[in-house]
Design a protein. Structure first.
Length: 164
């Protein structure tokens, strides 16, 4: 049985391991190796402040972490929060556990908590790979974008939103 709970700092190692399993395998269908070799080292690390915020969740089955993700009022990369906007952050599912409802359970927990906190809409910056998942969760595409992960390291993505 899948259990979803708020993440703690003690989960950071397991989240790093999950991101290290998930992103390299799942993103390779939509991104060239030349992009992944520069971006993956930046994406496959848990964000300690987000993990400890009480707004980041993990999904486990028999003690094995199979999914993670959450939300913040803070914009990814910094910047002033936008009133009423929940920013979906760092969602990942173990590639061996896809199509079992883990991503849906994580995102549902995040959206429910954001709604309870007074947020009125959710925004996410989706990888090209995750667009169908977010569409299935009620998000609509706002448009394509390029994230500058660091100077000279650009990453194609899709801005998406949904009302809460």
């Amino acid at each position: 049985m899948i259990a979803v709970r708020p993440a703690t700092r003690a989960d950071i190692g397991a989240i790093d391991a999950l991101l290290g399993r998930s992103y390299p395998q799942l993103l390779r269908a939509d991104y060239p190796p030349s992009a992944l070799v520069t971006v993956l080292p930046l994406m496959t690390r848990a964000q300690p402040g987000l993990v400890a915020s009480g707004r980041y969740f993990v999904a486990e089955e028999e003690g094995v972490l199979l999914g993670a993700g959450g939300w913040s009022e803070a914009l990814p990369g910094g910047g002033r929060p936008i009133p009423g906007r929940a920013n979906i952050r760092h969602v990942a599912t173990d590639p061996g556990a896809l199509r079992r409802g883990i991503g849906r359970a994580i995102l549902t927990a995040a959206l429910d908590q954001a709604t309870a906190a007074g947020m009125t809409w959710a925004h996410c910056i989706s990888t090209l790979t995750a667009v169908p998942f977010y569409r299935a969760m009620g998000f609509e595409e706002m448009g394509t974008m390029t994230l500058q992960m660091r100077p000279g390291i650009d990453f194609p993505a899709v801005a998406m939103r949904r009302d809460l």
